[in-house]
Design a protein around this ligand. Sequence first.
Ligand SMILES: [Fe+2]
Length: 490
Amino acid sequence: MITWGISANSHNASLAIFEDSKLLFASDSERFSKIKNDPNLNEDLVEYARMVSGYPDLVCWYEKPWLKTLRQLFAGQGWQDNNIKNYLSKYDINAPIKTFKHHHTHAAAAYYTSPYDSACVVIIDAIGEFETLTIWQAEGKKLKKVYSSLYPDSLGLFYSAMTQRCGLKPNEEEYILMGMAAYGDRKRLYKNIIEDFVRFPHRESYNPIMFKVNLHRGCNWWKPKLQSEQDRFDIAAATQYVYEQSFTRILQMAKEIVGGDNLVLGGGCALNCSANPIAFEYFDNVWIPPAPGDNGSSIGAVLAHQKNHIENFTPYLGTSINAKTPNELIVDHLIKNKICGVARGRAEFGPRALGNRSLLADPRDPDIKERVNDIKQREQFRPFAPAILEEYANDYFFMPTTSTPFMQFTVRCRRPDLFPAIVHKDGTSRVQTVGKDDNQEFRKLLELWHAKTGCPMLLNTSLNIKGQPIVNDVSDSFNWSRIHGLPVFN
Ligand SMILES: [Fe+2]
């Protein structure tokens, strides 16, 4: 039986294909349409999906359309067309449809891809139908919701509103605000934010995310004038600080209600890799899937229906490019020229390039950060991440856990002086560990780089032309190479 999971008609549309309980494919629409965070399904993606599996027997949809319509009316957004049968028929998808609640599909995407038999599951996002924070008790195949906070109290909406206040794009550039936080003074505007926005709980078990105002439409009215870049950095730092305080209260509450050693995090806020390490203060093991946002809910919708764990989940689920170039050639090029692209194997699902659609560089070179930021045409304050052989990670970083294969945690670097290209202003790096059972081709490339240079890590950033999604197929990689005058090895 072929089941398609679909998340679309909001932001970051995606499609996942299951044959019975086997996950065959998953991709964001943006990789096919070339529109970043494309909210809609794309003809080419649907065509590709048909090539993989033929027409689906069943479609699982990532939220409850009628509940969403109700919330949109409640929020003053007017009547919105959420008729998914009509929506899907435009793409010639006419299979029977099952719908699941937004936070349920987040929870299913996160828990059923985890290696745990039981866990406390915490979902934090901007807004589902009405829910903005849910806590679940997961036991075997069962997911039981034990707590929820409702719109308009939303940590995600708060973070997005501040993203917009700093002149960035809400629902898209929150990661830039997170990066800016390292340059700011978190105390300078903290009191203003608390006084103007936050209501603290009266007692421990009370809603940990309460706000004085509805931040759904942003807070561009908020007083502080942005007279310098430093003002924006200070807002970012205070925002991140408030986020981390709220996140801590949520974790305390989750530990109290559900307990256990295993935590699973999902929802768009689980991409806050600066805050995520706090989770290890309350839980021994933490799992965050590579696509915890709404795009991951295409997988989650099917898993909510099937209630099946995926064994040995991999993020390499997208379009395939045959690896042709020997690793020796790529490593020799990196030693000589310091930078190159790689586009081979199956594309990663989620926002991070994890070695199959990556721009790689020597992390030891002091000029590399500036060069790569120039290539990517982005602000010089933006950090880059390292991919490191897993067994060496703790030698170079203060790791809270042995394995972080999806770059979901920032950790302090032990030797920032040795690796200037991958250490952020605050001395941290968003580490990707590459273990013996992870991506084999990338692992071999890193092993060879290590053998020839003595350095067990490479700078790893996404291979994309500014403003565009990560490259998808061979012709994208050829275009990237032509525009930037650098080789991309397939
Ligand atoms: Fe969501």
